[in-house]
Design a protein around this ligand. Structure first.
Ligand code: CP3
Length: 352
C-alpha cells in the first residue's frame, strides 16, 4: 500500500536505504506557531480538536500544504488513550495537560482499564482515514503513541513537574505498583497503535519524552522492556518505527535494544558522535535545537549545514528537531528550514 506514495523518502530513510537527500518533518509541526492552526483551534478546545476527525485532519494537513514537509504526523496527543483508561484529562492554556485525580496507589492502578481502542478512541482511526483521503498519497502519515514510562509519568505526577519526584518515588518505594501501571499502559498502547496501523498509518513514533530522567539502570528496568514489547507486538504490521527520548544522550545504546528502526536524538548530542555509537542498522532522526528557529536565518543555515555535514554519507537519516517546535517560531523560519534541507544551503533566505 505504501508503494503508491508520490514521496516515499521518509519511509526509505526509516528502512536504512540511502536517499538522494534526507527527508524532513518537524515534531509538533501542526501547532500554535501557525496562524492557520490558531484559526482552527479558536472555536474549540484542544481535546475537542483531537476528537473531531474533520478538524484533526485539517490540522494534520497544514504543515504539508504550508511547509512542504516530507511526512505528515497525525494531529492528536499522547494523552488521548490515557483518558480512555479512565482518568479525567484537562488541558489548560498555561499549565498544559493535567489529571485532577492522579494515580498514586495500587488501588488506583487496579481501577484503570485497558480500553477497547475502537469504541473509546475510534475518532483517531476516523481521523487517520480522513487524512489519507486528503493526502491522496502525497506523503506518508506517521501515527504515534506515548511510551509507557512517559504516560505513567503524567498519570502519577498529575501535571508537568520538573524533577518527576512522584513517579520516581513510586519507582524507589513501590516498584511493583509502577510495573503494574506500566503493564496496563503497554497493553493500552499496543491495542491503540494496532488500531492506527489498521486505519492506515505508514509508520509510527513512540514518544518516551521523559525517560531521559532515568539512569541507564532504571531505564533498562522501567522503560526499555515495555517499549520493546510494543515494538515486537507491532512487528506483524511491517511498519517502520521511531523511538524518541528527550535527553537520550546517556541512553542511546539502551534505546537501540528496543528494536525500533530509527532512534531520535536531541540537540545535546552531536550526530557525528551518535552515528559512531549506533551501527548503520539503526536509523537516526534529529537533531536541530528548536530555539535555533528563533535566531537569524544565516545562523540557522550554518546549523543545518553543520548537521548535514555530520551525517554526510550516513544512510537512514531523517532531519528533524531535537524536540517540538516552539509556539513563538516564525513560520518563515520553519519554511526556510524545510527549503534548506530539501533544496540545499543556497535556498533563498527570508528577509532578516
Ligand atoms: O507533532 C505533531 O504535530 C502532532 C501532534 C502532537 C501534539 N502532541 C499536539 C499538541 C504530538 C505528536 C504530541 C505528543 C505529545 N504530547 C508529547 C510527546 C512529544 C513532546 O513534545 O515531548 C507530550 C509530552 C505531550 C503532552 C502535551 N500535550 C503537553 C506537554 C502539551 C502542552 C505543551 C504545549 O506545547 O502546549 C500538550 C498540548 C499540545 N499537544 C498542543 C499541541 C498542538 C498545544 C495545544 C493547544 O492548542 O493549546
Amino acid at each position: 500500500m505504501t508503494t503508491a506514495l508520490k514521496n516515499d523518502l521518509f519511509l526509505r530513510a526509516c528502512r536504512g536505504v540511502r536517499t538522494e537527500r534526507p527527508p524532513i518533518w518537524i515534531m509538533r509541526q501542526a501547532g500554535r506557531y501557525m496562524p492557520e492552526y490558531q484559526a482552527i483551534r479558536k472555536n474549540t478546545t484542544f481535546l475537542g480538536l483531537c476528537k473531531t476527525p474533520d478538524l484533526a485532519a485539517r490540522a494534520t494537513l497544514l504543515p504539508i500544504d504550508i511547509l512542504g514537509v516530507d511526512a505528515a504526523i497525525l494531529f492528536s496527543d499522547i494523552l488521548v488513550p490515557v483518558e480512555a483508561m479512565g482518568l479525567d484529562l484537562m488541558f489548560s492554556e498555561h499549565k498544559g495537560p493535567s489529571f485532577p485525580n492522579p494515580v498514586r496507589t495500587r488501588a488506583d492502578v487496579d481501577g484503570l482499564e485497558v480500553p477497547d481502542p475502537v469504541s473509546k478512541t475510534g475518532f483517531v482511526a476516523e481521523a487517520i482515514r480522513e487524512v489519507n483521503r486528503r493526502l491522496a498519497s502525497r506523503v506518508p502519515l506517521i501515527g504515534f503513541a506515548g511510551a509507557p514510562f512517559t504516560l505513567a509519568t503524567y498519570m502519577v505526577e498529575g501535571e508537568i513537574t520538573k524533577d518527576f519526584s512522584r513517579v520516581k518515588r513510586m519507582m524507589f518505594s513501590e516498584p511493583e505498583t509502577l510495573h503494574a501501571l506500566l503493564e496496563k499502559a503497554t497493553d493500552t498502547v499496543i491495542r491503540y497503535l494496532s488500531m492506527q496501523a489498521e486505519a492506515g498509518v505508514h509508520a509510527y513514533q513512540i514518544f518516551d519524552t521523559w525517560a531521559g530522567s532515568l539512569s541507564s539502570f532504571h531505564y533498562r528496568s522501567f522503560a526499555l522492556p515495555y517499549v520493546r514489547k510494543i515494538v515486537q507486538a507491532m512487528r506483524g504490521y511491517g511498519l517502520p518505527s521511531i523511538l524518541y527520548v528527550n535527553g537520550s544522550c546517556a541512553l542511546l545504546e539502551d534505546m537501540k535494544e528496543a528494536g525500533a528502526d530509527v532512534v531520535s536524538v536531541d540537540w545535546r548530542l552531536s550526530l557525528s558522535v551518535a552515528r559512531k555509537r549506533l551501527s548503520e542498522s539503526t536509523g537516526i532522526q534529529g537533531n536541530l535545537d528548536p530555539v535555533s528557529l528563533l535566531g537569524t536565518p544565516s545562523v540557522l543555515k550554518d546549523e543545518v549545514g553543520r548537521i548535514l555535514k555530520e551525517m554526510e554519507g550516513r544512510p537512514g537519516f531523517i532531519f528533524n528537531l531535537g524536540h517540538g517546535i516552539l509556539p513563538e517560531t516564525p513560520v518563515s523560519m520553519a519554511r526556510y528550514l524545510v527549503r534548506l534541507v530539501q533544496d540545499g544551503l543556497s535556498a533563498p533566505q527570508p528577509v532578516e
